[in-house]
Design a protein around this ligand. Sequence first.
Ligand SMILES: [Zn+2]
Length: 360
Amino acid sequence: MTPSEQIKDIFQKLPTDKQNQLLKDLRSLRNKSLTSIEDSSIVECPYCKQTDIFKNGKHKGTQRYKCKSCNRNFKATTGKAFYGIKKRVKFDEYKSIMIKEGLLPLKQMSSRLGISHQTAFDWRHKILSSINRETENFNGITEIDDLWFLYSQKGRQGLKYSRKRGGSKRKGDNDFQVKMLVTMDRKQSTDLSVVRIGRLKSSDIKRKVGEKISKTATLVSDKHSSISAFAKQNNIEHINFKASDHIADSQHHVQTVNNLASRIKGKLNHTLRGVSTKYLQNYSNWFQFYESNKNSNDIVAEVDKIISKNHDAWNVFTNTENFYKRFIKEYSKRTYRCPTKRTWQNQLKDTMTLANLFIY
Ligand SMILES: [Zn+2]
């Protein structure tokens, strides 16, 4: 018998009240071990990122820290995805399901874990907000293309239904097309960036990947004048072809991007039946994380590593609406309407820091 089987065997022989007590104790034991993992991951101050920190007593059983540089107090969870979450064991379970079984309908998640619909929604987005994009540089043949997703206000309150989903599927560049810039080299360095609603501009390419494309790279794309303009402005070699040709020659094509495009469209448009434009970037970060870690044998550990390190997640999560508002105002001709009124305690309001976190 394995240790787990032995434990189960003994457990079944216990009277009901002992079983219940034991379940409670086990849960709190698990909680403690989760907290100690967090504490051991503390390396820097979540506010100023300096590493000169020290333990500063406990408050209600939780270890406090203080930063010598900025003098601020914080906890192991400050700024992270699990900040303020009391049901830590359930959150951990939620995360495992999300990683192993994918993004299941929220209704299913709430009934499986016995949490409210709102909590199921929040936890998903707190996890998504933790996945930051760390794009490496692009070298050699670099494919570049823009994908479009239908503008969507799925889930938004106060709108007439007809307004929630973009009403037009017509082709070309219009106010219903949210553009995602996809850049990929042949070493699988990838960037997925939601850049604007309407026609892609060369400034979008510059803003998102301009610094990352090596001067010796060869850009490959279809004949999009914004991509040509970007290449010209930056003196980067550029090979392009008519979109209907799909390919310039056996080396110079955008097949890698096209393959990725059909996978991400399948996930977001079909499996999830469309996602709100407000969350499109966060969902694509999750998708990309999966793509680049699909050969890892412990993807749960990879996600844990990211979540326990990212102390901007809480700020990104609580400011998603602000980022979306700025995106609509700066990168579209649409009208920003029906803002969500939800706010959080400790929501970051400092405009400088927020500007640094702005995801578009
Ligand atoms: Zn500090």
